[in-house]
Design a protein around this ligand. Sequence first.
Ligand SMILES: O=C(O)CCC(=O)C(=O)O
Ligand SMILES: [Fe+2]
Length: 370
Amino acid sequence: MEELLLAAPQSEDMREAFKGIFRIEHNYDLEAADIADGMLWGKQYDAKLSTSDCLAIAEYMYNKSEYISAAKWYRVALSHHIQFDDDIFRNIYGSQREDIRKNYIISRLKAGKADDVQLYLKELSHDPKTQLENTAKPTPSISQLGCRGLYPPRTNLSCRYNFTNTPYSRLAPLKMEIVNENPFIVLYHDILYEHEINSLTNQSITTDGWTDDAEPELEVERICKVSTVQDRKIGRRVEQMSGLNVDLDNYMQLSNYGLGGHFRNHFDYVDLKGHSIIVPLMAKYHGDRFATVLFYLSNVELGGATIFPRLNLTIWPQRGAALLWYNLDNSVEPEKLSEHAVCPVIVGSRWVLAEFIVQYKQTFKRPCYK
Ligand SMILES: O=C(O)CCC(=O)C(=O)O
Ligand SMILES: [Fe+2]
């Protein structure tokens, strides 16, 4: 029994799963009834949520003051709830059904009007897949549009072989897809070997990313596991991809995002001028993060795109590809357009490896700043 309990989810695991489901529901505009049925973003999965799962989610949404969402989850819980004609079952479950109905009505009233209470009562007997009355869909944010793949399609972009970044590139040109001209963002294809990907993704990572609660001064939220790795061979490839100087002994950041894992909008630069505490440290060692190279170590079955909301750019992870972008502009000032985020993972395990290329090592490679 003790062994079973050890393997069972703890209350913290449940809370994190609820938060993940909340992010998925809102970012992708999914309906509670669909999620409960395993219908995720248009794809039917062989998985269903139980009545008690739905009830627990409804209560989580209620406590978060997300009353419309709570009402939807209560209604789904009720429709999945055991309904027996048998007296014994009615005695056991009847009162629970009444409680769910009550909570549904309270949630509806909290987000609606007392005058509409008859309407709300009627809704209770409708199929949970029907829309709730008088509830408008919220307008999606720019980031949500990106996560849903709804930015306008891009034209006039190109692919070519890159022969020129380093002398070695002549022998082994890289497959380069230009995804944005200004600021320059490129996606390199087939940049990692299978054995490299496998050895990176077979590691177990135990350290959590960070949340607003843990480090409020960061003002970002990152839900994933992180670890560091050193790999001189991959470091050399980063040099080849970027044409910049890379510290081969640098630690790269390995991250794994699970259900609902995400990284809210952020910049990779620190903006040395604005942060007096870290400036001496950053300055002593290497300066700000000039560019980022992000290796995708897995495909993601659903969700988990990298988005640049200010550029209307969505990049879907492709195992073995790597994305390169600049965080500072030509005058080494923060490039505001480099703001980016990781959309919540709906299904799958998302692995990435990031190398941050630092500013002061580029003095001779990029000497001609404006
Ligand atoms: O995983 C991604 O798509 C982006 C990761 C990222 O933004 C970071 O590590 O700073
Ligand atoms: Fe980032």
